[in-house]
Design a protein around this ligand. Structure first.
Ligand code: DQA
Length: 145
């Protein structure tokens, strides 16, 4: 079984970027923790970050047939991208949507997501721990099948 963790634009700056909102843990540290949880559970994990919408879309396409679950923080593309929504619908891979911050407590433009209604679940406002919660939930889903 394989899980893909996708991160969108500016999340390469995690730990440095607006630490009051996103915390001081870097993406490398987050991903290392996720890789260790996956290996403890005998699940394969791939992590990918891009600032480019087409690269995220291509990654979703290439997951078809070899990834069982996706955990995605689409970052700003959450609020703009019909194309990422269509890619996820196209490959029919179930996914959890993660946001580090509580997007509902922030600007109005962050309240709408193009993905939430087609996600299995959404986690927001738990800081970078949210990735871990989503990964554990995805592992639970996979191991049931
Ligand atoms: C985010 C929330 C988005 O609104 C924002 O554009 C991000 C990060 C989060 O993880 O809280 O880049 O997805």
């Amino acid at each position: 079984s394989k899980i893909l963790v996708l991160n969108g634009p500016n999340l390469n700056l995690l730990g440095v970027r607006e630490p009051g909102i996103y915390g001081s843990t870097g993406l490398k540290e987050v991903n290392e923790k996720l890789l260790s949880i996956a290996s403890e559970n005998g699940v394969e994990l791939e992590t990918f970050q891009s600032n480019a919408e087409f690269e995220i879309i291509n990654k979703i396409h290439s997951a078809m047939g070899n990834v069982d679950y996706i955990v995605i923080n689409p970052a700003a593309f959450t609020h703009t991208s019909v194309a990422i929504r269509d890619a996820l619908l196209g490959v029919k891979i179930p996914f959890f949507e993660v946001h580090i911050s509580n997007v509902h407590a922030r600007e109005e433009f962050r309240h709408h997501s193009y993905l939430s209604d087609i996600a299995t679940g959404v986690i927001c406002g738990f800081g970078t721990d949210g990735y871990e919660y989503a990964l554990r939930a995805a592992i639970k889903k996979i191991l049931k099948n």
